[in-house]
Design a binder for this molecule. Sequence first.
Ligand SMILES: Nc1ncnc2c1ncn2[C@@H]1O[C@H](COP(=O)(O)OP(=O)(O)OP(=O)(O)O)[C@@H](O)[C@H]1O
Length: 274
Amino acid sequence: MPRVKFRDGAALGEPALLSVKDLKKSYPSAGGGGRPQNVLKGVSFHVMPQETVGIVGVSGAGKSTIGRIIANLEQADGGSIHYLNRDLARLHRKRRREAGQSISVVFQDPYEFLSPRMKVEQLVAEPLVIRKEHRDKEELRARTHQALADVSLDPGKYALRYPHELSGGERQRVGLARAFVSRPRLLIADEPTSMLDASLRLELLACMTELQRKYGTAIIFITHDLALTYRFCDRLIVLDEGRIAEEGTPDRLIDHPRHPFTRSLIDALLEFHR
Ligand SMILES: Nc1ncnc2c1ncn2[C@@H]1O[C@H](COP(=O)(O)OP(=O)(O)OP(=O)(O)O)[C@@H](O)[C@H]1O
């Protein structure tokens, strides 16, 4: 899956699609008695249009929390998020929702976002229905079927099935079709491949890259699997206990890690593949 070399717009002074500054989040301690758990301790980064930024780190580092906050599924305690030049925290709830309409998400477990009672066709159409992005039923059907074809699922074969009638790989493809049907500017992909075996994992990533090119989407790719990011990401952010330990291109980070934590991630990876 060779990547086209990413043009570093940030270095050329172009505006970022997303700019996160000093993001903070804590959760109350379990049981409520102890000190709150500081999960994000001031995280800042940016994402350029059409860029793929990987967020890597061990379990519990705070990766998904960042994704959920950007997707407006959770509130930050502090910091700012500028998206398409708008400060999301300062927008009224309705405007915030509208601003976020060009952000899609895909999660690790498709059952989290695929209602078992909806057919594939309805599941894929739902984002367009919610956003009222279609003129009539014909257009809705055409875009839904296009989205299914985009992820190599024949609409004639899959449109009327329910999620439990699909394999794990097919369910994730439905998740991708649902994420891309609205042609998002930004996709937050939170461990989308971790429940798939190695060959399906690469297939799904190839499919995601193709759709990214087709629709000009930027991707935040959240994973604990450093190996997966190597070819797939333009830039990596290494998160360690709610702080950015290091960031850079995968080549630089993996071949010449500067931070001991990045080195330990690479050692763990080498150990795993030994
Ligand atoms: N709703 C919540 N209430 C309390 N604690 C939470 C909540 N959500 C997450 N946490 C805690 O915040 C920390 C960071 O969680 P998060 O899911 O962001 O980590 P992660 O890096 O994505 O981990 P993983 O790779 O295992 O998904 C964890 O210790 C988790 O237990």
